[in-house]
Design a protein around this ligand. Structure first.
Ligand SMILES: C[S@@+](CC[C@H](N)C(=O)[O-])C[C@H]1O[C@@H](n2cnc3c(N)ncnc32)[C@H](O)[C@@H]1O
Length: 274
């Protein structure tokens, strides 16, 4: 059953809070010296696995990835229902969360990602969906952009979402700052990310799968073993849900909450721009 935790603690109450100068300030990439190089390596990695990305996502998650994206869309249904809502799906990859958001309403959806290859797939999937019975999905604009330097004016969006992308940013505080900048006051944020399950037995089984089986399978099918060993490492280093909630509160978001899904494999953080 899903658990809901209001993150009302001050940042200083959290023992190992992620912060701009702490060890959890952003993702790390073996051999990458600084944030710029980290970003470049992350972009190259995702561009390299783009052709097999969807297949592997569905296979390795047992298709739970789409269940989680649909849940995110349901969570933001009121905002998505309004035709005048502007929504940004950040780190959109091949577009699956953007499509789930579009299916849920009338809002104008923009997807942004810095991998040209991921976006090319998103655009061709969007074109294919637009032709068939799924023409109900309105046009989604896909924009090539770095989440840390977004090409949008202040206060543009009513909602910013991101699924499995935020963890890969080279600087989490800068990412939150940029999301906050493009949100209008009162606008909402939704961050869906992997998490470490807490249950003893389930946690042990999951860790065995996530750290041993998944990298082997992912490496074999994608031909890029580095990308699929980066995945469990990056999740292991990512702030816990409590830490991320505190970091969001410190970055100027109100009403920060998170909910764990599927035994804590993933967590959705939601908040409003103060
Ligand atoms: C694991 S994929 C997630 C894709 C998609 N959101 C999904 O649900 O499948 C992470 C995506 O984040 C993108 N990404 C990582 N860092 C980024 C950044 N700084 N700016 C823009 N996109 C970024 C990658 O290019 C990749 O497409």
């Amino acid at each position: 059953m899903a658990e809901r935790n209001p993150a009302t603690r001050a940042p200083t109450d959290v023992p190992t809070r992620a912060g701009a100068n702490g060890p959890l300030s952003g993702t790390r990439f073996e051999g990458a010296g600084d944030e710029q190089e980290t970003s470049r390596r992350v972009r190259e990695m995702f561009s390299g696995i783009a052709p097999r990305y969807d297949l592997l996502n569905h296979l390795l998650s047992g298709r739970l990835d789409n269940v989680w994206r649909r849940r995110v869309a349901r969570r933001f249904a009121p905002t998505l229902a309004r035709a005048d809502s502007r929504v940004l799906d950040l780190c959109c990859g091949t577009g699956d969360l953007a499509f789930a958001l579009a299916r849920n309403g009338a809002a104008q959806i923009t997807g942004a990602d810095f991998s040209h290859e991921m976006l090319a797939l998103a655009r061709s999937k969007s074109a294919a969906l637009g032709k068939g019975a799924a023409a109900a999905i309105g046009a989604i604009e896909f924009v090539e952009a770095d989440a840390l330097r977004l090409p949008f004016a202040d206060s543009t969006f009513d909602l910013v979402t991101t699924a499995f992308g935020f963890r890969n940013l080279a600087n989490y505080d800068e990412g939150l700052k940029e999301i906050r900048r493009v949100l209008r006051p009162g606008g909402e944020i939704g961050i869906l990310e992997f998490s470490e399950p807490r249950g003893k037995l389930f946690g042990a089984l999951y860790r065995f799968y996530f750290r041993r089986i998944l990298p082997t399978l992912g490496g074999m099918i994608s031909g890029n073993s580095a990308a699929y060993s980066y995945l469990p490492r990056s999740v292991g280093r990512f702030p816990s849900p409590e830490e991320l909630a505190a970091q969001m509160a410190a970055a100027g978001f109100d009403d920060v909450q998170f909910v764990r899904w599927t035994g804590g494999i993933v967590a959705l953080h939601t908040a409003r721009r103060a």
